[in-house]
Design a protein around this ligand. Structure first.
Ligand code: ADP
Ligand code: SF4
Length: 593
């Protein structure tokens, strides 16, 4: 049986190892060229000679090799292969003439690859990276399928595709270009697109001074203003706050009413609202991905949450994700952890005021609100990293803080970091090894230098390090950022389990509604006091439902619950349910207890 052998190129450092992969490979020891050295000094693994023993995988000090069995998908369903010992994709999503198609799947499974192939940014090679087929052959390959016409028109230049790229931070490299000018390059109605995304007043601002969230909105605005037959949006919610996400959901939904749109998104509340149907993707990160047939949107997410796709006999996770209510416990069953008074912080151009509140043992408080209104400043005051100008934060708490921005300083590995923590700051190495490493899938990352880790891997590592520090109060700033939807739900459950078990307390700043719903008992709500965001205020904690009501009233969006999974779903604006809920002031439904 043939194998899939993948070399994670960024992880392989042949000058820093002893060539263990080759030295220990049994076929090599029998005289076969199963692993030879390439021109770049890195191993080239023969998938034909490999016997799948996995020895090289374990011997590589940088966890740079993956060896897998070929997937269930038939070999002729291969769409693209980047090269030898690299990622390959089986099957493709099918864009519809009108409406929005979603793609759901883990990081590194081929979603962006699929988008590049469908948009014509990359030509599918049907697996033949050394001898790529021409368009005629590609069209012939898809004869009789819905993709035949697509590739035919794409090859003749009859389809124009617009792609909102995943990595919007790169836009800041375009120095000296104003936001309005950038969106204007689309040649379409830039003013309307800027207005739809709330950017009109920022139109003269140069790209290099915009925040991550504004760059994301700029990229979306530009795509929106571009005339195209087919639109692709790769992770439109990254860097956006909860309010911006809900607005983008509305804008993309409207685009889908008049054009063909494909969206990759890990915030499932958002995708659920935007898309009419979705393809799930499964496989092995960085090695191979298989695209499933399309499912109606509600079924797609419920199947993903349920963990099993019967039609293709695919398991996404061992057990289903269940949304349950966390109603406030009776006062007699709650033990206060800490009561804090009013806190005020003044910066030269920003002032924050947070009303006092009480946090309880064994409970998690979500912090919601737009960006730049002081959520992180509040968390940093509680963590003792920022001193308030009025009021004093509780000082007797043991606090463990995961900052919003993760920096991989130096060439440390996670193992080295853990070893250094063990001696100094108080670190539960046993908990880390026993529970956090397996749940957060850190095992293969322990010896990798931190700068080699992807955003999602770094986030998982940071969450692990923060939770392994024994603390009364965990302060987690945007733990869902960079994680795929499966990892988000995994991390949500882990945080709840640890906080409940240890009777500690957690404050979580996040923008993903599923993540907040799965973790939080209560909510603190932050808002801007003026349009320029020169002042912010925070209130709460409120019970979950009241907190969401306060947030959603401002953005005029209502949520119902899915009958099967009890997950929150955005109501279509103006639908009977939406109007009825709004008239009752009921913006957010709690699931049954
Ligand atoms: P997703 O969008 O689902 O996160 P991607 O399509 O970005 O997944 O990537 C799938 C895999 O393909 C990753 O392991 C990535 O490193 C690899 N890959 C992407 N582009 C190339 C390329 N040009 N050459 C080799 N490998 C690539
Ligand atoms: Fe050699 Fe394959 Fe075993 Fe790796 S998994 S050591 S390449 S036979």
């Amino acid at each position: 049986m043939a194998r899939i052998a993948v070399l994670l190129n960024d992880r392989c450092h042949p000058k820093e190892c002893q060539g263990e992969c080759q030295a220990y490979c049994p076929p090599v020891r029998m005289g076969q060229d199963c692993i030879v050295w390439g021109e770049d000094g890195k191993p080239v693994i023969s998938e034909v000679l490999c016997i799948g023993c996995g020895i090289c995988v374990h011997k590589c000090p940088f966890s740079a090799i993956k060896i897998l069995n070929t997937p269930e998908a038939a070999e002729e369903e291969i769409v693209h292969r980047y090269g030898l010992n690299t990622f390959r994709l089986y099957r493709l999503p099918i864009p519809r003439p009108r409406g929005v198609v979603g793609l759901i799947g883990p990081n590194g499974i081929g979603k962006s690859t699929a988008i590049r192939l469908l948009s014509g940014t990359e030509k599918p090679n049907l697996g033949r990276y050394q001898d790529p087929p021409d368009w005629e052959e590609i069209v012939r390959h898809y004869r009789g399928t819905e993709l035949q016409g697509h590739f035919q028109r794409l090859s003749r230049g009859e389809i124009t595709a617009e792609l909102k790229p995943q990595y919007v931070d790169q836009l800041s490299q375009r120095t000296g270009v104003a936001l309005g000018e950038y969106v204007g390059e689309s040649g379409g109605d830039a003013a309307a697109a800027l207005a739809a995304l709330g950017l009109t007043h920022r139109s003269d601002v140069p790209l290099e001074t915009l925040s991550g969230g504004e760059l994301q909105l700029a990229a979306i605005a530009r795509s929106l203003a571009t005339r195209a037959d087919l639109y692709f949006f790769d992770e439109p919610s990254n860097y956006l706050d909860i309010v911006q996400r809900l607005n983008v959901a509305r804008v993309l939904r409207e685009l889908g009413d008049r054009a063909s749109v494909v969206v990759v998104e890990h915030d499932l509340v958002l995708l659920d609202y935007i898309a009419d149907q979705a393809h799930l993707l499964y496989g092995e990160e960085a090695a191979f991905g298989v695209v499933t047939s399309p499912l109606p949107m509600r079924t797609a997410i419920n199947t993903y949450l349920g963990g099993y796709l019967r039609e293709e006999n695919v398991r996404f996770r061992p057990e289903p994700i269940v949304f349950t209510s966390h109603p406030p416990k009776p006062a007699s069953q709650r033990t206060p952890r800490v009561t804090f008074g009013r806190l005020v912080k003044r910066f030269p151009r920003f002032a924050l005021e947070v009303g006092g509140g009480t946090l309880y043992k064994g409970e998690i408080v979500g912090i919601v609100g737009p960006n730049s209104v002081g959520k992180t400043t509040f968390v940093r005051m509680l963590a003792g990293m920022e001193s308030p100008d009025e009021g004093s934060p509780p000082s007797t708490l043991r606090v463990s803080y995961k900052p919003q921005y993760l920096r991989a300083t130096g060439a440390w590995t996670l193992n080295e970091r853990v070893a250094s923590l063990r001696t100094g700051e108080g670190f539960d190495a046993e908990l880390f090894q026993r529970e956090l490493v397996p749940t957060l899938r850190l095992g293969s990352l322990l010896d990798v230098p931190l700068p080699d880790l992807s955003g999602g891997e770094l986030q998982r590592a940071a969450v692990g390090l923060a939770l392994a520090r024994p603390a009364d109060l965990y302060l987690l700033d945007e733990p869902s950022a960079y994680l795929d939807s499966n990892e988000r739900m995994n991390v949500a459950r882990l945080i709840r389990r640890i906080v409940e078990r240890e009777a500690s307390t957690a404050l979580i700043v996040d923008h993903d509604v599923y993540f907040l719903d799965l973790t939080s008992d209560a909510l603190m709500v932050f808002r801007a006091k003026d349009e320029q965001k020169t002042a912010g205020e925070g209130e709460g904690p409120f019970p979950m439902r009241e907190g969401m009501n306060r947030l959603l009233r401002d953005v005029e969006i209502t949520f119902r619950r899915d009958e099967e999974s009890h997950r929150p779903r955005i109501n279509k604006v103006g639908s009977v349910l939406d109007r009825e809920q709004r008239s009752r002031g009921e913006y957010y439904y709690e699931p049954a207890a």
